[in-house]
Ligand binder design. Structure first.
Ligand SMILES: *Cc1c(COP(=O)(O)O)cnc(C)c1O
Length: 372
């Protein structure tokens, strides 16, 4: 009887690498004995939540002893109106990660596969392995036919077999910031057989202004196997509250609902998301400030002679060479937390989340200092 607890776990879990979050500011300051550090590591909104959110949460505080509305009626109604889809097509999640987990729990088994791209969002392999399913990881673009490091839809389609139950597509993708062109993605969705759930993760949707970009929401009517996920964690600035949603036809939504925890989205998250949805000026300011920040990083990286991956999201990944881990560490000593992405198969890159103009300047100055 010398078996470990780990050996008792299902085999997918035994080999699972837990998600590595960005280093919290408080931890850096405690460990390094420094102050006034900045965190550009988790793609958070540097402007914070809007005032209307703070007011809505404050008003909801006296009701904390009550369970939240398990059906999220008010938030779903508002989303239904905004997105022009029936409320029955919306599933609320404890962050959009929750939706990714619901779909994997409902459709994947050790006998089935999920498909995703190399350098794609780290949660796809986690939710796949956690249920013991097999992953088929499609090679990313090497450049040429599409942006280097971005999803190669042909390679992804080639991974699909009778065993496949889910394909995860991030548009835009994290940590590469690459995106998929409307016509190509639409053709891909049409070519995937009906026994495969196509998950299109639009966590950064609000930031994208490129003419060839479109939301997959437009194709839901034709595809009962399509699921689009969005979040309030990024452009809406509510990462701490954990609220996101999935949109799909009612039959699929009903399946997700079966594995959902009854009160998966707390009441403060619900009122905050509702308020954030109505605060268009705050969203516009956030998107505008982000666009300026991206330009600032592009110019800064260029003047440091560094190659970066053009991004449409609220972060940008830059090649700092084979010593990226040492550069990351040196930046920590300068009080700047960014994200190493070696675990995404990109050991030479660091990912910088876009902060305020001042934070971006400070990060670029620190990078210049560290590299010289
Ligand atoms: C941040 C992110 C999410 C959203 O996470 P939440 O659980 O909604 O906070 C989803 N997909 C990608 C690609 C992300 O980068």
């Amino acid at each position: 009887m010398s078996q470990s607890i780990l050996q008792l776990a299902i085999s997918g879990v035994q080999h699972l690498q837990p998600y590595k979050p960005g280093k919290p500011l408080s931890e850096l300051e405690r460990e390094y004995g420094i102050r006034d550090s900045i965190k550009l590591a988790s793609n958070e909104n540097p402007l914070g939540p809007g005032e209307r959110v703070i007011e809505a949460i404050t008003r909801a505080l006296p009701e904390l002893s009550r369970y939240p509305d398990g059906n999220g009626f008010a938030l779903k109604s508002a989303l239904s109106e905004k997105l022009q889809v029936p409320a029955a097509w919306i599933t609320l999640g404890n962050g959009s990660n929750d939706i990714l987990e619901l779909v994997s729990r409902a459709f994947l088994t050790p006998e089935t596969d999920a498909v995703f791209s190399e350098h794609a969002f780290a949660v796809y392999p986690i939710v796949t392995q956690a249920v013991g399913a097999r992953a088929c990881v499609a090679k990313a673009h090497a450049g040429g036919r599409g942006p280097k490091t971005g999803h190669d839809l042909e390679a992804m389609a080639a991974c699909v077999t009778d065993r496949t139950r889910i394909v995860f597509v991030a548009n835009p993708n994290n940590p590469t910031g690459t995106w998929l062109e409307h016509d190509a993605l639409k053709a891909f969705v049409e070519a995937i057989p009906g026994h495969v759930i196509v998950v299109i993760d639009e966590a950064y949707f609000e930031y994208v202004t490129e003419a060839g970009y479109a939301t997959a929401l437009h194709w839901l009517e034709q595809h009962p196997n399509l699921l689009v996920t969005r979040t309030f964690s990024k452009a809406y600035g509510l990462a701490a509250l954990r609220v996101g949603y999935g949109v799909c036809q009612a039959e699929l939504a009903e399946v997700l609902n079966r594995v959902r925890q009854p009160f998966n989205v707390n009441s403060l998250a619900q009122v905050a998301a509702l308020a954030a949805l109505k605060d268009t000026p705050h969203l516009e300011r956030s998107v505008e400030s982000n666009a300026e920040g991206l330009r600032q990083f592009e110019a800064g990286f260029t003047s440091l002679g560094l190659e970066y991956i053009p991004s449409v999201a609220n972060f940008i990944s830059v090649n700092v060479g084979p010593d990226a881990a040492a550069v990351y560490d040196a930046l920590l000593h300068e009080g700047v937390i960014v994200r190493p992405i070696a675990n995404y198969g990109m050991p030479e890159y660091l990912r910088f989340s876009v902060g305020t103009a001042q934070e971006n300047r400070r990060a670029l100055d620190a990078l210049g200092k560290v590299l010289s």
